[in-house]
Ligand binder design. Structure first.
Ligand SMILES: C[S@@+](CC[C@H](N)C(=O)[O-])C[C@H]1O[C@@H](n2cnc3c(N)ncnc32)[C@H](O)[C@@H]1O
Length: 268
Protein backbone atom coordinates (compact mmCIF):
# COMPACT_ATOMS: atom_id res chain seq x y z
CA UNK A 1 0.00 0.00 0.00
CA UNK A 2 1.26 3.51 -0.79
CA UNK A 3 2.35 5.54 2.19
CA UNK A 4 0.73 9.01 2.01
CA UNK A 5 3.77 10.60 3.66
CA UNK A 6 6.04 9.32 0.87
CA UNK A 7 3.69 10.67 -1.73
CA UNK A 8 3.81 14.02 -0.03
CA UNK A 9 7.57 14.09 0.02
CA UNK A 10 7.55 13.63 -3.76
CA UNK A 11 5.10 16.45 -4.28
CA UNK A 12 6.50 19.96 -4.66
CA UNK A 13 4.51 23.00 -3.62
CA UNK A 14 5.32 26.67 -4.01
CA UNK A 15 6.16 28.19 -0.62
CA UNK A 16 3.04 29.57 1.05
CA UNK A 17 2.67 33.34 0.75
CA UNK A 18 5.78 34.03 -1.31
CA UNK A 19 5.32 37.22 -3.33
CA UNK A 20 6.21 35.75 -6.74
CA UNK A 21 3.97 38.01 -8.80
CA UNK A 22 4.49 41.53 -10.10
CA UNK A 23 2.10 44.46 -10.51
CA UNK A 24 0.35 42.99 -13.55
CA UNK A 25 0.15 39.37 -12.45
CA UNK A 26 -1.32 37.42 -9.56
CA UNK A 27 -1.96 33.85 -8.48
CA UNK A 28 -4.82 31.67 -9.57
CA UNK A 29 -3.98 28.69 -7.43
CA UNK A 30 -0.43 27.76 -8.45
CA UNK A 31 -0.73 29.45 -11.84
CA UNK A 32 0.58 32.98 -12.39
CA UNK A 33 -2.06 34.82 -14.41
CA UNK A 34 -2.74 38.39 -15.53
CA UNK A 35 -4.64 40.29 -12.83
CA UNK A 36 -7.31 41.09 -15.40
CA UNK A 37 -7.95 37.34 -15.93
CA UNK A 38 -8.24 36.13 -12.35
CA UNK A 39 -11.71 37.48 -11.60
CA UNK A 40 -13.23 35.61 -14.56
CA UNK A 41 -11.38 32.41 -13.64
CA UNK A 42 -12.70 32.60 -10.07
CA UNK A 43 -16.17 33.35 -11.44
CA UNK A 44 -16.03 30.17 -13.55
CA UNK A 45 -15.17 28.12 -10.43
CA UNK A 46 -18.16 29.39 -8.47
CA UNK A 47 -20.61 29.26 -11.40
CA UNK A 48 -19.61 25.61 -11.72
CA UNK A 49 -19.92 24.63 -8.04
CA UNK A 50 -22.80 26.91 -6.91
CA UNK A 51 -25.56 24.27 -7.12
CA UNK A 52 -23.74 21.78 -4.90
CA UNK A 53 -21.69 24.26 -2.83
CA UNK A 54 -23.40 23.52 0.51
CA UNK A 55 -23.30 19.75 0.04
CA UNK A 56 -19.59 19.90 -0.84
CA UNK A 57 -18.84 22.12 2.18
CA UNK A 58 -20.32 19.50 4.49
CA UNK A 59 -18.67 16.61 2.67
CA UNK A 60 -15.20 18.08 2.38
CA UNK A 61 -14.97 19.50 5.91
CA UNK A 62 -16.88 16.57 7.53
CA UNK A 63 -19.33 19.24 8.72
CA UNK A 64 -16.64 21.07 10.72
CA UNK A 65 -17.20 24.32 8.81
CA UNK A 66 -20.34 24.69 10.94
CA UNK A 67 -18.23 24.74 14.12
CA UNK A 68 -15.82 27.32 12.63
CA UNK A 69 -18.79 29.48 11.63
CA UNK A 70 -20.42 29.14 15.08
CA UNK A 71 -17.18 30.31 16.73
CA UNK A 72 -17.01 33.26 14.32
CA UNK A 73 -20.54 34.35 15.22
CA UNK A 74 -19.62 34.16 18.91
CA UNK A 75 -16.68 36.51 18.25
CA UNK A 76 -18.71 38.93 16.14
CA UNK A 77 -20.24 41.06 18.88
CA UNK A 78 -23.30 41.47 16.61
CA UNK A 79 -26.45 42.51 18.47
CA UNK A 80 -30.07 43.45 17.86
CA UNK A 81 -30.34 46.48 15.57
CA UNK A 82 -26.88 46.08 14.02
CA UNK A 83 -26.13 46.42 10.33
CA UNK A 84 -23.98 43.54 9.01
CA UNK A 85 -22.28 42.93 5.66
CA UNK A 86 -21.83 39.24 4.77
CA UNK A 87 -19.27 39.81 2.03
CA UNK A 88 -18.49 37.06 -0.50
CA UNK A 89 -21.40 35.57 1.37
CA UNK A 90 -22.21 32.95 -1.28
CA UNK A 91 -25.04 30.73 -0.14
CA UNK A 92 -25.63 32.85 2.96
CA UNK A 93 -24.81 30.69 6.01
CA UNK A 94 -23.80 33.80 7.99
CA UNK A 95 -26.65 35.90 6.64
CA UNK A 96 -29.16 33.36 7.96
CA UNK A 97 -27.66 33.43 11.46
CA UNK A 98 -27.08 37.19 11.64
CA UNK A 99 -30.57 37.92 10.33
CA UNK A 100 -31.99 36.29 13.46
CA UNK A 101 -29.55 38.09 15.78
CA UNK A 102 -30.06 41.64 14.42
CA UNK A 103 -33.85 41.28 14.34
CA UNK A 104 -36.40 43.60 12.75
CA UNK A 105 -34.50 46.77 13.60
CA UNK A 106 -31.27 45.54 12.04
CA UNK A 107 -30.20 44.62 8.52
CA UNK A 108 -27.95 42.06 6.86
CA UNK A 109 -26.62 42.52 3.35
CA UNK A 110 -25.52 39.40 1.51
CA UNK A 111 -23.01 40.61 -1.08
CA UNK A 112 -21.20 38.47 -3.61
CA UNK A 113 -19.60 39.05 -6.99
CA UNK A 114 -21.13 35.90 -8.45
CA UNK A 115 -24.77 35.86 -9.52
CA UNK A 116 -24.98 32.03 -9.47
CA UNK A 117 -23.91 31.92 -5.81
CA UNK A 118 -26.27 34.81 -4.95
CA UNK A 119 -29.16 33.02 -6.66
CA UNK A 120 -28.57 29.79 -4.72
CA UNK A 121 -28.17 31.82 -1.50
CA UNK A 122 -31.36 33.80 -1.99
CA UNK A 123 -33.40 30.68 -2.74
CA UNK A 124 -31.98 28.84 0.29
CA UNK A 125 -32.66 31.74 2.66
CA UNK A 126 -36.21 32.20 1.38
CA UNK A 127 -36.85 28.49 1.93
CA UNK A 128 -35.54 28.90 5.47
CA UNK A 129 -37.96 31.79 6.02
CA UNK A 130 -35.16 34.35 6.25
CA UNK A 131 -36.84 37.45 4.83
CA UNK A 132 -37.54 41.02 5.89
CA UNK A 133 -34.21 42.30 7.14
CA UNK A 134 -31.97 40.78 4.41
CA UNK A 135 -30.92 42.44 1.15
CA UNK A 136 -28.85 41.05 -1.71
CA UNK A 137 -26.20 42.97 -3.60
CA UNK A 138 -23.91 41.84 -6.39
CA UNK A 139 -20.61 43.50 -5.54
CA UNK A 140 -16.87 43.18 -5.84
CA UNK A 141 -15.08 43.23 -2.46
CA UNK A 142 -12.45 45.52 -4.00
CA UNK A 143 -14.93 48.33 -4.67
CA UNK A 144 -17.85 48.09 -2.27
CA UNK A 145 -20.90 50.08 -3.39
CA UNK A 146 -21.79 51.37 0.09
CA UNK A 147 -21.23 54.76 1.77
CA UNK A 148 -18.45 55.25 4.31
CA UNK A 149 -19.20 54.21 7.91
CA UNK A 150 -22.23 52.01 7.13
CA UNK A 151 -21.76 48.68 8.94
CA UNK A 152 -21.27 47.56 12.54
CA UNK A 153 -19.69 44.33 11.34
CA UNK A 154 -18.24 43.04 8.07
CA UNK A 155 -17.65 39.31 7.74
CA UNK A 156 -15.78 37.71 4.86
CA UNK A 157 -15.72 33.94 5.17
CA UNK A 158 -13.67 31.78 2.80
CA UNK A 159 -13.87 34.67 0.35
CA UNK A 160 -10.70 36.79 0.68
CA UNK A 161 -8.57 33.99 -0.79
CA UNK A 162 -10.39 34.42 -4.10
CA UNK A 163 -10.08 38.20 -4.35
CA UNK A 164 -7.52 39.54 -6.83
CA UNK A 165 -6.34 42.62 -4.92
CA UNK A 166 -6.69 41.69 -1.24
CA UNK A 167 -5.16 44.94 0.07
CA UNK A 168 -7.64 47.00 -1.93
CA UNK A 169 -10.49 44.82 -0.65
CA UNK A 170 -9.37 45.23 2.98
CA UNK A 171 -9.22 49.02 2.55
CA UNK A 172 -12.72 48.94 1.04
CA UNK A 173 -14.03 46.94 4.04
CA UNK A 174 -12.36 49.41 6.40
CA UNK A 175 -14.05 52.33 4.64
CA UNK A 176 -17.59 50.92 4.93
CA UNK A 177 -17.26 50.00 8.63
CA UNK A 178 -18.57 52.44 11.22
CA UNK A 179 -16.05 53.70 13.78
CA UNK A 180 -16.12 51.02 16.50
CA UNK A 181 -17.07 48.37 13.94
CA UNK A 182 -15.21 45.14 13.40
CA UNK A 183 -14.04 43.00 10.51
CA UNK A 184 -13.99 39.21 10.76
CA UNK A 185 -11.98 37.23 8.21
CA UNK A 186 -12.56 33.48 8.37
CA UNK A 187 -10.21 31.74 5.97
CA UNK A 188 -8.05 28.70 5.39
CA UNK A 189 -4.59 29.25 6.80
CA UNK A 190 -1.35 27.47 7.67
CA UNK A 191 -1.61 24.37 9.91
CA UNK A 192 0.64 24.71 12.95
CA UNK A 193 1.27 20.99 13.57
CA UNK A 194 3.66 19.32 11.15
CA UNK A 195 2.13 15.79 11.06
CA UNK A 196 -1.35 17.26 10.64
CA UNK A 197 -0.03 19.52 7.90
CA UNK A 198 1.23 16.51 5.89
CA UNK A 199 -2.02 14.58 6.17
CA UNK A 200 -4.01 17.72 5.38
CA UNK A 201 -2.00 18.49 2.26
CA UNK A 202 -2.28 14.91 1.07
CA UNK A 203 -6.05 15.11 1.55
CA UNK A 204 -6.29 18.53 -0.18
CA UNK A 205 -4.29 17.65 -3.27
CA UNK A 206 -5.20 14.00 -3.78
CA UNK A 207 -8.63 13.31 -2.31
CA UNK A 208 -10.47 16.63 -2.48
CA UNK A 209 -10.25 17.00 -6.31
CA UNK A 210 -11.43 13.40 -6.70
CA UNK A 211 -14.51 14.08 -4.57
CA UNK A 212 -15.10 17.19 -6.74
CA UNK A 213 -14.82 15.04 -9.84
CA UNK A 214 -17.39 12.54 -8.57
CA UNK A 215 -19.93 14.87 -6.95
CA UNK A 216 -19.80 18.02 -9.13
CA UNK A 217 -18.10 16.52 -12.17
CA UNK A 218 -15.43 19.21 -11.75
CA UNK A 219 -12.08 18.15 -10.27
CA UNK A 220 -10.36 21.33 -11.53
CA UNK A 221 -12.38 23.68 -9.30
CA UNK A 222 -11.43 21.64 -6.25
CA UNK A 223 -7.79 21.50 -7.39
CA UNK A 224 -8.00 25.31 -7.48
CA UNK A 225 -9.44 25.23 -3.95
CA UNK A 226 -6.43 23.24 -2.68
CA UNK A 227 -3.93 25.42 -4.52
CA UNK A 228 -5.56 28.70 -3.49
CA UNK A 229 -5.45 27.62 0.16
CA UNK A 230 -1.74 26.93 -0.18
CA UNK A 231 -1.11 30.36 -1.76
CA UNK A 232 -3.18 32.38 0.72
CA UNK A 233 -1.22 34.63 3.13
CA UNK A 234 -0.53 32.79 6.38
CA UNK A 235 -1.71 34.05 9.78
CA UNK A 236 0.87 36.75 10.60
CA UNK A 237 1.01 38.09 7.05
CA UNK A 238 -2.75 38.54 6.90
CA UNK A 239 -2.63 40.22 10.32
CA UNK A 240 -0.07 42.71 8.95
CA UNK A 241 -2.20 43.29 5.84
CA UNK A 242 -5.16 44.16 8.08
CA UNK A 243 -2.98 46.55 10.09
CA UNK A 244 -1.79 48.17 6.85
CA UNK A 245 -5.41 48.66 5.74
CA UNK A 246 -6.03 50.67 8.94
CA UNK A 247 -7.44 48.05 11.31
CA UNK A 248 -6.44 48.20 14.98
CA UNK A 249 -6.19 45.58 17.72
CA UNK A 250 -5.89 42.87 15.06
CA UNK A 251 -5.71 39.37 16.49
CA UNK A 252 -6.36 35.86 15.23
CA UNK A 253 -7.49 32.48 16.50
CA UNK A 254 -6.24 29.26 14.97
CA UNK A 255 -9.11 26.81 14.47
CA UNK A 256 -8.52 23.08 13.92
CA UNK A 257 -4.79 23.69 14.57
CA UNK A 258 -4.53 26.46 11.99
CA UNK A 259 -6.23 24.70 9.08
CA UNK A 260 -8.50 27.72 9.38
CA UNK A 261 -7.88 31.04 11.13
CA UNK A 262 -10.31 33.72 12.27
CA UNK A 263 -8.79 37.21 12.11
CA UNK A 264 -10.53 40.09 13.83
CA UNK A 265 -9.74 43.79 13.60
CA UNK A 266 -11.44 47.05 14.62
CA UNK A 267 -11.94 50.44 13.03
CA UNK A 268 -11.66 53.20 15.63
C1 LIG B 1 -15.88 29.69 -0.85
S1 LIG B 1 -17.22 30.77 -1.16
C2 LIG B 1 -17.64 31.28 0.48
C3 LIG B 1 -19.11 31.46 0.68
C4 LIG B 1 -19.54 31.74 2.13
N1 LIG B 1 -18.98 32.99 2.60
C5 LIG B 1 -19.18 30.62 3.06
O1 LIG B 1 -18.44 30.85 4.01
O2 LIG B 1 -19.67 29.51 2.86
C6 LIG B 1 -16.37 32.16 -1.80
C7 LIG B 1 -17.27 33.24 -2.37
O3 LIG B 1 -16.48 34.38 -2.65
C8 LIG B 1 -17.07 35.02 -3.78
N2 LIG B 1 -16.10 35.99 -4.34
C9 LIG B 1 -14.96 35.69 -5.00
N3 LIG B 1 -14.33 36.83 -5.35
C10 LIG B 1 -15.08 37.86 -4.88
C11 LIG B 1 -14.95 39.27 -4.94
N4 LIG B 1 -13.92 39.85 -5.53
N5 LIG B 1 -15.91 40.02 -4.35
C12 LIG B 1 -16.98 39.45 -3.76
N6 LIG B 1 -17.16 38.10 -3.69
C13 LIG B 1 -16.22 37.33 -4.25
C14 LIG B 1 -17.43 33.87 -4.68
O4 LIG B 1 -18.34 34.24 -5.68
C15 LIG B 1 -17.96 32.85 -3.67
O5 LIG B 1 -19.35 32.97 -3.52
Amino acid sequence: MTNPTNLLQNQSFPEQSQPTTNEETTHFGFKTVAKSEKQQMVANVFHSVAGKYDLMNDLLSFGIHRVWKRFTIDCSGVRKGHKVLDLAGGTGDFTAKFSRIVGETGEVILADINDSMLRVGREKLRNLGVVGNVNYVQANAEALPFPDNTFDCVIISFGLRNVTDKDKALRSMFRVLKPGGRLLVLEFSKPILDPLSKIYHFYSFNILPKIGEVVVNDGDSYRYLAESIRMHPEQDILKQMMNDAGFEQVSYYNLSAGIVALHRGYKF
